[in-house]
Design a protein around this ligand. Structure first.
Ligand SMILES: C[C@H](O)[C@@H](O)CC(=O)C(=O)O
Ligand SMILES: [Mg+2]
Length: 443
């Protein structure tokens, strides 16, 4: 079924000027321009299908990721797609273990973001050739084939290939019913869009009241820059949503460990379910200390959007450092590495609540979490997927939210494809949107 030789890889620097409206802003990223290194794979097959892959960036630096994608290109070009997906573990390892490139990783930072973009394009193309949305491609795959996509190097002390297979085999029970449930009701979501840090109170109020009208019941608010501001904003949002609805807080790595505990003790009166990224994403023991200190207040720790790779997730789980695990479709090495994290989370019985605050992240990660429910976790307990209401209009197959839930995509692929016109207009620095902006700024 899978066919064609990869004949072309192109990569674009696509940026959206979201900083102008304060969208996406938090305590550390005050002026993000939601952006992507956008990869297009073409083959010599007659079907003309292309694979599209993104990795998410915040504006400046996208050009560096573009360079890294080009550095990986020789691994992909002239390869048969059948050979790539037929030995996906081998291909993943080839990309991540390039004897020279790995020195500027390994499996972290710019080179890993580039790996994600390339592999996301491969998965998109594979799913398109199979005529299925990515979640369904994964759901229909037999456990052996699924685990053959995962590189278990560095995680066999907590999860072996056999164990992973067993988890998937056990979750076969009730799979059909869960798929039907997803198709009928979708996967529960929460919204972050009302309370970016750069939004004035009036905007927060207006967006929050609109979200309530639209049926949202779970909200995330950005915190961490100024305690008095946080108290005011959290009070405002808690008063608006009432005591029963769920509130989460996100500090985006702003604090030291003792500061995180102190600060969150002061925000505990607003009953947050979790504090997200309270400190450095690399500080596993710091997260464990914060988790322990905040547990008596009923506040869990959530993290993952800037976790480098499966090894960090492994250690966070081993150290009991998190109560909610946040995978990211564009930071880890695509579906391959995310599969390993979903399976480890299942083993440790930690709920996965994916990160989606960025351009295209909602489009991608919905596939992973729907697959997770149907084929791995088999549970919605304490689980929800993030949603942000930005930039979906630039995608050919945008997410569909119904009653605050992600409805499973039906189109073949990984929902990664952007509209041609959007790419053209937002290409940096020569797209029409940027030419205008840069001229106005006198650049
Ligand atoms: C810079 C991004 O918008 C970030 O704030 C997203 C994030 O932390 C989230 O969605 O969670
Ligand atoms: Mg976050």
């Amino acid at each position: 079924m899978v066919h064609g030789r990869v004949s072309r890889l192109s990569v674009h620097d696509v940026r959206f000027p979201t900083s102008l409206g304060g969208h996406g802003s938090d305590a550390m990223h005050t002026d993000p321009d939601y952006s992507a290194a956008y990869v297009v794979l073409e083959t010599d097959a007659e079907d003309g299908l292309k694979g599209y892959g993104i990795t998410f960036t915040l504006g400046r630096g996208t050009e560096v990721v573009v360079c890294a994608v080009n550095a990986l290109a020789p691994h992909v070009l002239n390869r048969e797609l059948g050979d790539i997906v037929g030995d996906f573990r081998g291909f993943y390892r080839q990309l991540t273990s390039d004897g020279q490139l790995r020195w500027i990783g390994p499996e972290k930072g710019v080179v890993h973001l580039a790996t994600a973009a390339v592999l996301n394009a491969v998965w998109d193309l594979w799913a398109k050739q199979e005529g299925k949305p990515l979640w369904k491609l994964l759901v229909d795959m037999d456990p052996r084939t699924l685990v053959s996509c995962i590189d278990f190097r560095y995680i066999t002390d907590v999860l072996t290939e056999e164990e992973a297979c067993e988890i998937l085999r056990q979750s076969q029970v009730g799979k059909k019913e869960r798929e039907e449930q997803m198709l009928a009701h979708g996967y529960p979501a929460y919204t972050t869009s009302c309370a970016w840090l750069g939004y004035p109170d009036a905007t927060l109020k207006q967006l929050c009241s609109e979200a309530l009208k639209d049926g949202w019941t779970r909200f995330k608010v950005k915190v961490g820059a100024d305690l008095q501001d946080d108290i005011r904003r959290c009070r405002l949002i808690r008063n608006m949503i009432g005591p029963e609805k769920t509130l989460m807080m996100d500090a985006n790595q702003r604090w030291d460990v003792p500061e995180a505990v102190e600060w969150m003790t002061k925000l505990a009166e607003f009953k947050p379910l979790w504090i997200e990224e309270p400190t450095s994403p690399d500080d596993i023991l710091g997260h464990a200390a914060i988790s322990k200190a905040l547990a008596p207040l009923g506040i869990g720790v959530a993290t993952g959007e800037q976790c480098h790779n499966r090894v960090i997730f492994k250690q966070l789980l081993q150290a009991k450092a998190l109560k909610f695990l946040q995978i990211d479709s564009c930071r880890l090495g695509s579906v391959n590495e995310n599969l390993s994290v979903l399976l480890m989370a299942k083993k440790f019985e930690i709920p996965v609540c994916p990160h989606a605050g960025g351009v295209g992240l909602c489009e991608l990660v919905q596939h992973l979490i729907i697959f997770d429910f149907i084929s791995v976790s088999a549970s919605l307990q304490d689980r929800m997927c993030e949603y942000v209401d930005h930039l979906h209009e630039h995608f050919k197959y945008p997410v569909l939210i119904r009653e605050a839930s992600y409805m499973p995509p039906k189109d073949p692929g990984y929902s990664t494809e952007m509209k041609e016109d959007s790419v053209k207009k937002h290409r940096y620095p020569d797209g029409e949107v940027w030419k205008k902006l840069l001229t106005a700024q006198g650049n």
